[in-house]
Design a binder for this molecule. Structure first.
Ligand SMILES: [Cu+2]
Length: 147
């Protein structure tokens, strides 16, 4: 190998290594930003929200974070004309006003919602907005937003 060929090869190596080193943190940062907080929820036929392995349903998120809500919904005794079988409406606990973008309706089976957590930390409540059975009034849960 000639001296200049070796020199050229060294340059290629340096270029490749520096591309890797500068590119890597960027890829990692993008990957992190693209990862939402995944919440798997069951909206059950007995008019209750449920999470696997938890006795009392409750959601905790960080203010402003991206949330991927994965829902399985099972039909109760009654449902809406449009086919919605349960609702999921996020309200501020202190005045029961609705949080924009968080008024959802569930169809039977699996569905996903990409949401942004409220910017303001505090206590919220989730209520079902479909009269899903005589026990519909009991279909609610706490929702906590951490700073
Ligand atoms: Cu319901």
């Amino acid at each position: 190998m000639t001296k200049s060929a070796r020199y050229c090869r060294t340059l290629v190596w340096i270029a490749a290594a520096s591309a890797l080193l500068t590119g890597l943190p960027c890829v990692l940062a993008q990957d992190h930003a693209a990862q939402p907080h995944v919440i798997e929820l069951l909206a059950d036929s007995d008019s209750r929200y449920k999470f696997a392995g938890e006795r009392t349903p409750e959601i905790t998120v960080k203010a402003g974070e991206q949330v991927l809500l994965r829902v399985t919904a099972r039909r109760g005794k009654s449902w809406n004309r449009d086919g919605s079988i349960h609702g999921f409406s996020l309200l501020r606990a202190k005045d029961r006003t609705k949080v924009e973008g968080w008024d959802l309706l569930f169809k039977p089976g699996n569905q996903e919602f990409r949401l942004t957590a409220p910017a303001k930390p505090g206590e919220y409540v989730v209520v079902c907005t479909v009269i899903c059975s005589e026990d519909h009034e009991g279909m609610h849960m706490k929702f906590i937003v951490l700073p």
